[in-house]
Design a binder for this molecule. Structure first.
Ligand code: ZN
Length: 454
């Protein structure tokens, strides 16, 4: 192992908020298996907007070469916030190493074409139409996730289009994959099978419905709609979820509505764009003064999330004056007072007792950064917009990276001309370091909030 390579093991634990206390733990193992455990207690009333800020910052700065690996750890944190659900994506057998293959899904932009066999029973109501009604409830749900769902009654054209799923009626007793159609105990009204492989994902499938499923009463008709809707869960590559409605193995006789558990389940394979990432979407405002830059950051994200750190890669030599959002503190790397350990920006910044560069270290080039002084002033659904103004000393306009939750953004900002660009890319390191920390904060906070009942 290279000297600077570090194996990260990230473990997050949250104790329900009602207990009044929780432990957040980050365990880091290096190549010597030295365990450097960082833990911090917090209380619900405590200021938590920079939980882990200092420890992580110092750590990243000491391990610049490992930034990529830290990114990996952030991915692991992200994965670890996957919600608790009893349902899981289907398991698709074992791979060459004997590990279960999970997570096969339809590709972004795919169209699922369900062709439903005409009802062999001519007695109204038309059960095929009921199945179609249920399946089509997915159309809006999946369109937002980049998947088109179409369902029609009738045979597919020849040759069938890509993404074809056949839905047919079969007699009770028909088996698929260890399941049996029927109305008896342990038997199913319908069975769905998705076809796919690790290379192409899911490419098609089959739904079979018992041919004697009753449709005589309004409740039975709703049950058939719900069955059609539920079976698409499995065509999408998802398992049953006992806490879901649509994803629940047991289907009732009142119309289904997707609940939060369903959507979390679906989101495991088909996340909404930025579904769970609080983010301030930056916009560069035009200004009459060529030396003045104005940016608005508008909140996008879930109603219970917020953004508590914004960073911008403005070279300090270009900064003349900064006006932070109201109620926010600025870390202006060009202001020597801001490089003092006593500057309130660093409140709650945790020393971890190891040598390393901190934002107040004069040899470290910090990005321009902002943090709210209280949670109420953070960028959120209730405080949906914050504004930053910067005055420069005649810098040229160019592309600047910024971060306000979510992915890094490119905004118009002041940049050095070619002759001024430093040879060593300290900037990227600094920006990435804060990016990662901010991401960690957001994810950690999401995790905590997700587990706490208010
Ligand atoms: Zn099921």
């Amino acid at each position: 192992m290279h000297k600077n390579e570090v194996l990260y093991v990230v473990q997050l634990r949250a104790i329900p908020r009602s207990t009044g206390i929780g432990t957040l733990e980050l365990a880091i193992l290096d190549e010597c298996s030295l365990e450097n455990k960082l833990s911090r207690q917090y209380t619900p009333a405590g200021e938590r907007s920079v939980v882990m800020f200092g420890k992580l910052l110092r750590f990243v700065l000491r391990n610049r070469m490992s930034v990529l690996l830290l990114m990996l750890s952030v991915v692991m944190v992200s994965a670890s916030i996957a919600p608790d659900t009893s349902g899981t994506p289907f398991t698709w057998g074992l791979d060459d190493n004997g590990n279960p293959i999970t997570g096969l899904r339809w590709g972004q932009g795919d169209t699922i074409n369900v062709f439903i066999e005409p009802d062999p029973d001519p007695t109204p109501p038309d059960r095929s139409q009921l199945l179609r009604d249920g399946i089509m409830r997915w159309q809006g749900e999946m369109a937002a996730r980049g998947i088109t769902v179409n369902a029609t009654v009738g045979d597919p054209p020849n040759p069938p289009p890509s993404g074809t799923v056949r839905c047919t009626y079969e007699p009770s007793g028909t088996q698929r994959g260890g399941h049996t159609l029927g109305s008896g105990p342990g038997q199913d009204d319908a069975i769905a099978t998705a076809d796919g492989n690790t290379e192409d994902g899911i490419t098609g499938g089959e739904i079979i419905v018992r041919d004697d499923i009753p449709a005589g009463t309004p409740g039975q008709q709703d049950h058939i709609r719900n069955i059609g809707e539920h079976e698409l869960t499995h065509i999408l590559g998802l398992g049953d979820d006992a806490n879901g409605v649509v994803t629940n193995h047991t289907q009732g006789d009142t119309p289904n509505v997707f609940n939060d558990t369903d959507r979390r389940e679906i989101g495991q394979l088909y996340p909404l764009p930025q579904q769970n990432v609080p983010q301030g979407q930056g916009n560069t405002q035009s200004s009459m003064n060529p030396n003045q830059y104005d940016w608005d950051f508008h909140y996008v994200g879930p109603s219970d999330g917020h953004v508590a750190l914004i960073t911008m890669s403005v070279p300090p030599e270009l900064i003349v004056y900064v006006i932070p959002p109201s109620g926010w503190l600025v870390l202006n790397p060009a202001d020597t007072e801001h490089r003092s350990l006593d500057y309130p920006f660093y409140e709650n910044y945790m020393e971890c007792g190891s040598p390393g560069q901190a934002p107040w270290d004069p040899s470290y080039t910090a990005p321009l950064a902002f943090r709210p002084q209280s949670e109420e002033e953070a960028l959120s659904a209730t405080n949906p917009s914050v504004h930053v103004t910067l005055f420069t000393n005649g810098a040229i306009r160019g592309e600047m990276s910024a971060w306000a939750g979510g992915p890094a953004q490119t905004l118009t900002g002041p940049v050095l001309d070619a002759s001024q660009i430093p040879t060593v890319s300290e900037w990227g390191v600094a920006a990435i370091a804060l990016l990662l920390i901010g991401t960690g904060i957001v994810l950690i906070r999401r995790r905590l909030r997700g587990h706490c009942s208010e």
